[in-house]
Design a protein around this ligand. Sequence first.
Ligand SMILES: [Zn+2]
Length: 292
Amino acid sequence: MSRGLPYGVQQGGRHRGAARAWWVRGWLWWELAWAEFLYLLMPSECVLCGRDDAALCRDCARLLRRECATPYRAETSADALMTAEEQVLLPVVAAGEYRDALSAVVLAFKNHGRTQLGGSLGRCLAGGLAALPQLVPELASAELTLVPVPSTGTGWRRRGYDPVVLVLRSLEREGRLPAGMNICPALAIKIRVPWRRLNQKGLGRAARRRNVRNTMRLKRNLGSRFRPSANLSGALVVVVDDVLTTGSTVAEAAKTLEKSGATVCAAIVLAAARTPDQGSRQGSLQRREENI
Ligand SMILES: [Zn+2]
């Protein structure tokens, strides 16, 4: 299997000059100025080393980039995306492995309200997106629509934001979306009665699959903040999620999108838990449980 482009090496140069429009540069400047102003009022700590700095200090940002330097195909670790005969149902590209810096940053971003990390995670995802044509060769030169997996109602109420949408939004704002890709937040979570709302955390594989079945729907009015087509019929779709475990959520999102006439050809995640024989899982298991 071919490996992806090392993020920050081949792609880094292109991304650095990617903020084209004057208003994008202006926006980024104001955002940085605002962040620095807030830092003067409320100094922030790096989520990894605790140093008084930005939400992710320069050294730790470098560490995170290194962990996401080689995106890889991750579907074999997700049994909902493989048949019993080990055939791939849906290829998945992971920006990195769910451990060390990446897992800690994802966790702080998702569960501890550190929304400033959206930009850093957007850069990790951009590396995965840039490597998509090499890792899934069928997709080379195809126009792709990225559809984020929506946050559950409970998750949204608890956090006040949708993590995957926030990452994609920062990626688009910084001009890091590869050419030929659009973002379309077409999915929403169906409202469920409280006694049927179970948290995926702590559920077994079969229970996770049952718990997400028929939980998503297509949005009637797609937001105008993104550039895409409201009509997914005939579109080639890549599902975007944060952490891949059993793949049940990604599979459910793909099923819902295919009912609307879209062709779901792959998924991309920020981080994936590797297969047990690849080691280094022990440290990540606890965080993974907390994250899902
Ligand atoms: Zn740090």
